[in-house]
Design a protein around this ligand. Structure first.
Ligand SMILES: [Zn+2]
Length: 465
């Protein structure tokens, strides 16, 4: 093996030669409709787990490849199958855990898809299909980077590799912590690469260094023991809808910012993001203004946000002239990095109880809590990864990005492996539309992501340890 074979240019050529076959394998995987939600056939998730396990075994570099199912943390039900694998490092070398997930979101409104969600199709340099980006492309990035690594270094390279290809990320990672506990031996690692995020654009790579946490709960607002005719009693007693809407309005200030004492923000520089880009991404209607204050990305990445995502109340079609006794709403809170989900939950609950109008009764459902995530960007793995991204994107500097959304399992990884450096990389770009109809993967990003990971692993192996 010469130095030339592992030079950036040689690896670029190698990865370019491997990408077409990787794309074919990705298509095969997309054809398996591995929706992990209840009500969808779990046989498909099992089939995609078996597909991934077979590909990992074909690499012939792991000591062990297993498919596991474990109990969910909050019930006695078993979760969906995950694929785990491990090869031990040479003494003194680090182990890298490569994470992705093989399950997908449901296709949603099938009429809104321009091609069959489970029959992948290439149009305009993009592969369309459910899971084409999120996150089956992540699985193929890992597989192809390992294949390239083995080709360059031979199969007796020094770093250890662990694999965790989850089967229920899109259904709340309910058995994630049980898997971590039951299979710590297979998963223990020094560096964790989570390939499930996105890039600033097709041409600008990102390393995700912060994620907002989340708190989601249902809240039932009640004011009356029973329904009454609104003509007989309306105007003298509050109905539950009036109380619920008044209560919700007290979560926001006049500018639409969050007005809950104790919900904190975080401060760090953010890239420029224009109002026009925001309009483009969000579909903001003519004349509708932004909410909140400060740079746009600071609001999205580093400030809390509160959204009412659902309401149980009579439908318009069934509406009668009735004072509604009780209304249930679903509240979704994005928690800024730096605040724990539990603290945020306390703050919002205290605020709601303190501001409930007319003595309305509140009943809170059990909250779902996911902690925010903030990377220590001084870690050595971060600089190695930033160099790999820059080289894979032909010299373009990567963005240290925040993400407004949450990946709650990352907090679980931090808890279980507190000393590991976590790198959140991605194969998506703003046009990927993960979770929506017409989800797609940029083929250019796919190749660059494979190259970046190949460079990262090769250089990590070659670095002095
Ligand atoms: Zn995902």
């Amino acid at each position: 093996m010469t130095d030339h074979d592992r030079s950036t240019d040689a690896l670029r050529e190698l990865v370019a030669s491997k990408t077409p076959a990787a794309l074919e394998t990705l298509k095969e995987l997309v054809r398996i409709p591995s929706v992990s939600w209840d009500g969808f056939d779990p046989a498909h998730v099992q089939a995609s787990a078996e597909f991934v396990a077979a590909k990992l075994r074909d690499l012939d570099l792991f000591d062990e490849v297993v498919i596991v199912r474990e109990q969910q943390a909050t019930s006695s039900n078993y979760g969906q199958p995950a694929v785990l694998a491990r090869r031990e490092p040479a003494p003194g070398y680090p182990t890298v855990l490569l994470y992705a997930h093989h399950d997908v979101q449901p296709p949603g409104d099938s009429a809104a898809w321009e091609s069959d969600p489970f029959e992948p199709e290439i149009r305009d340099g993009r592969l369309f299909g459910r899971g084409a980006a999120d996150d089956k492309a992540g699985v193929l990035v890992h597989l192809t980077a390992l294949e390239s690594l083995t080709e360059v270094l031979g199969d007796d390279f020094n770093i250890g590799i662990a694999m965790f290809i989850e089967g229920e990320e899109e259904f709340g990672s309910r058995s994630f912590t049980t898997i971590l506990d039951a299979h710590t031996r297979l998963l223990r690692s020094d560096i964790i690469v989570v390939a499930d995020s996105d890039n600033r654009t097709v041409d600008i790579p990102s390393l995700t260094v912060s994620l907002r946490g989340n708190v989601a709960f249902s809240l039932t607002v009640s004011t009356l023991a029973h329904a009454s005719h609104s003509g007989m009693l309306g105007g003298a007693v509050p109905d539950a809808m009036m109380a619920a809407m008044t209560l919700v309005s007290r979560l926001y200030d006049d500018k639409g910012g969050v007005a809950v004492p104790g919900l904190t923000g975080y401060s760090a520089p953010v890239p420029e993001f224009s109002h026009d880009e925001l309009v483009h991404d969000s579909g903001l209607l003519d004349g509708v203004t932004e909410v909140g204050e400060g740079p746009i990305l600071s609001r999205i990445w580093f400030q809390p946000a509160i959204t009412i995502t659902g309401i149980d109340a009579p439908t318009v079609q069934n509406a009668s002239n009735t004072l509604i006794p009780s209304v249930t709403i679903k509240v979704s809170v994005r928690v800024a990095p730096g605040q724990s989900a539990r603290d945020a939950w306390q703050a919002i609950r205290t605020h709601l109880e303190a501001t409930a109008p007319w003595g309305a009764h509140l009943e809170f459902g059990e909250p779902d809590l996911g902690n925010a995530f903030l990377v220590d960007t001084t870690g050595s793995a971060v600089s190695l990864e930033l160099d790999a991204l820059r080289d894979a994107w032909s010299g373009t500097d990567p963005v240290l990005a925040g993400v407004g959304g949450s990946i709650p399992f990352i907090a679980d990884l931090v808890t279980r492996f507190p000393d590991a450096q976590i790198l959140v990389t991605g194969v998506e770009d703003p046009a990927s539309k993960a979770h929506s109809p017409n989800e797609s993967l940029s083929l250019a990003v796919f190749e660059r992501a494979i190259l970046a990971e190949t460079l990262f692993l090769t250089r990590l192996n070659d670095r002095d340890h």
